[in-house]
Design a protein around this ligand. Sequence first.
Ligand SMILES: C[S@@+](CC[C@H](N)C(=O)[O-])C[C@H]1O[C@@H](n2cnc3c(N)ncnc32)[C@H](O)[C@@H]1O
Length: 348
Amino acid sequence: MAPTYTMAGGEGPNSYSQHSTYQRALLEVAKAKINGAVSSKLDINLDLNRFNIADFGCSTGPNTFLAVQSIIDAVEQKYPKETQDENIEFQVLFNDHSNNDFNTLFKTLPSTKKYFVSGVPGSFFGRVLPRDSLHVGHCSYSLHWLSQVPKGIADKNSPAWNKDIHCTGFSKEVVEAYHNQFMIDMGSFLKARGEELVSGGLLFLLGSCLPDGVKMSETMKGMLLDFMGKCLHDVAKEGLIDQEELDSFNFPIYPAHVAEFKKVIEENGNFTIEAFEKISHANEEFPLDPNFLATSHKVSFGGVLESRFGKEAMEKTMEFIEEKCPKILPQLASAKSGMQYFIMLRRN
Ligand SMILES: C[S@@+](CC[C@H](N)C(=O)[O-])C[C@H]1O[C@@H](n2cnc3c(N)ncnc32)[C@H](O)[C@@H]1O
């Protein structure tokens, strides 16, 4: 089985829960869009007054609590209490890999929450909920993680061998391998959600993708991954990482292009694209602050690096990122824009 990569757990200074304001900014601006969408596009039969919401790739919170509350507020506004024989009861299903820190998620649930809670461990590339049971699904900043490093990428004898640590966008063979894996994975995600969602239910997808024609390494996020790759090589030169091991190391991440997203949704055929928009948020790009950049890399990628190369090598890489980062700030400032997306799909 391919290894799974989760965010840093707990509530400490280097945890995802303390260091995910960048992602939260998008959820904050999406609230109004979610409200409008639920009001005008949700079209379900609510006969039992039970409403199921799932957040796919929820991590530890608090962002997931904000996301589900936005959906609940919108549903309560659409079906005011006075018009219902019985109050709607909300069941929220928090999904992530089984090695996600669900304990922190459950410990930090908002005390004011008015919903029932279940943890749903497992990969969202497969079914995690019963058929026809979900009314609204949500997934933010998660779909750039593939199920595995594509075949050939880590093999020095393959034409798709990638000497970089991610898909920079510059090698045809590497791009093709990552693209194919994305189409398989996203196809599986949509197939599973298509089975779980009731007819007329909504699926909100949010995160980072690439505008058509823009290569990952032309954007700030891509440049930062390239820079992390350089720092890993510097750590290898110090003898803390085996060079051969590093040459076969890749992140299974692939922020897809708009056209790829649209194609895979159309191929699936179960959904109507109600919205596919560029969405701007206050933290549009990462702040050019070495400490922030080192911490956010540690929170998101530290676990992967530690499990592959050990704690000392991971810590040294983060130290190098913080120390050497000022040198690349001018390059980062000239990066092409990536794109934050807001996709709303309605189950046919
Ligand atoms: C950057 S975090 C996003 C967390 C939260 N949704 C937010 O917006 O702040 C990405 C999450 O996706 C989860 N994830 C990635 N691939 C997954 C998969 N195949 N199945 C379930 N969760 C997955 C990771 O474990 C991680 O918790």
